[in-house]
Write a protein that binds this ligand. Sequence first.
Ligand SMILES: Cc1cc2nc3c(=O)[nH]c(=O)nc-3n(C[C@H](O)[C@H](O)[C@H](O)COP(=O)(O)OP(=O)(O)OC[C@H]3O[C@@H](n4cnc5c(N)ncnc54)[C@H](O)[C@@H]3O)c2cc1C
Length: 416
Amino acid sequence: MFDHLMTPVQRSLRDEARAFVKDTPRDLILDMDADKVKFPREWLREAGKRNLLGVRHAAEWGGRGSDWVTSCAISEEIGSLSYELACVFGVGADLVCDAIVLHGTEAQKERYVKPLLAGEIFAAECLTEPRGGSDFFGATSTAEDKGDHFLLNGQKRFIVGAEGADYFLVYARTNPDESVSPRARITCFIVDRGPGVEVKYQYGLMGCRGGGTGRLVFKDVKVPKENVVGTVNGAYAVFTTMMIPERLGTAAMTVGPARSALDIATFYTSRRKAFGETINQFQGVSFQVAEGTMLLDACRALVYSTARAVDDGVDPHRVRRMISETKKFVTESCQKVVHNSMQVAGGIGYTNVLPLERIYRDIRLASIWTGTNEVMATIIAHEWYREAAAARASRPGRDYVADAAEADASEELHFG
Ligand SMILES: Cc1cc2nc3c(=O)[nH]c(=O)nc-3n(C[C@H](O)[C@H](O)[C@H](O)COP(=O)(O)OP(=O)(O)OC[C@H]3O[C@@H](n4cnc5c(N)ncnc54)[C@H](O)[C@@H]3O)c2cc1C
């Protein structure tokens, strides 16, 4: 994040996260990448002790009542340490707790948010099913109303924290009536790990290892009625608000590893020699680093202005477009930054003598999860056409279509 745009309070919190990053032992990152650590409980516990988890939430629930700009700055710092640590850092405290804080009851906040932000318990978010993640509202997991409880059956896959979480935020179909809109058939639940909840498979991942990512099966799980988040068949409202931490959070944390990669590339190319000169003297090298610097600043600018838009309560449609643009632009640009960083390091960049290959593997997830970038493009297009049509209808500004010499030849402007 840009220092000059941040307040002293925002900078001070960011610096606390920076100190935490500095204090984290290197072995944790290496052991997670080697799948020796299944879930970084102790590290999350320490994050909770330092009061760094979910800083946007009210102090009453264990947060610090801070804003999106600060939260994004912290995510960038944690991401610079390890992309998977940033995943587990955000999933419970930012995603799951957001849903409960915004839509849950006081009792749910007391029982599930407070201890999570203190680093005592952990949570996972369960949207994706084996049959598909993009078509979220086509979910087939079901929760049947049994009077005093719901009976949950179904599967969720690619769940970060499947191994390690104490409770799960699960979306399931509660209205079997096919004539009702899919958006009005789903309910969001808090599900404790317990009888009927089983991790059936742990994935062998390309990167982002050590966060307990697995497939969960729910078989005849009794979920008490008081564990409904929001209203029955009302998960659409929860899902909509969660897309902010999901996608803006992803964008912010993705700047981190790209920054680390560029730092490594800058260090290396300032020392490595070829043809009697340090390789940063060759434009073929320094221009790739320059492109990385430029892209990173563009990413920060987008993250910062979108975070400000959310903080300032800008129109939800505009925010939805900005968040989707930010997620898509930042994740693709950061992947390019990491690609360039490896390229300028030559062969050694492709080995585990430098961390670039791990960062390269980790950051590939960025454009796939929390809604693929193809889904982001669909949202951007939808919101843009909508906004542009409304602007044209109300004609607040100049009509650019008329600025042509033959603008009056309206018969030639065929629209089919
Ligand atoms: C390591 C990892 C961790 C994850 N963590 C979590 C988690 O904690 N919780 C969770 O719920 N999920 C998680 N996910 C799931 C992730 O969000 C989904 O994988 C993602 O949303 C895509 O869903 P899918 O894999 O089912 O692909 P699909 O939906 O099957 O999509 C396959 C391809 O088709 C494209 N496509 C689909 N529909 C359209 C469309 N309408 N227009 C254009 N293109 C389209 C997609 O863009 C994609 O390229 C994780 C995934 C991974 C790999």
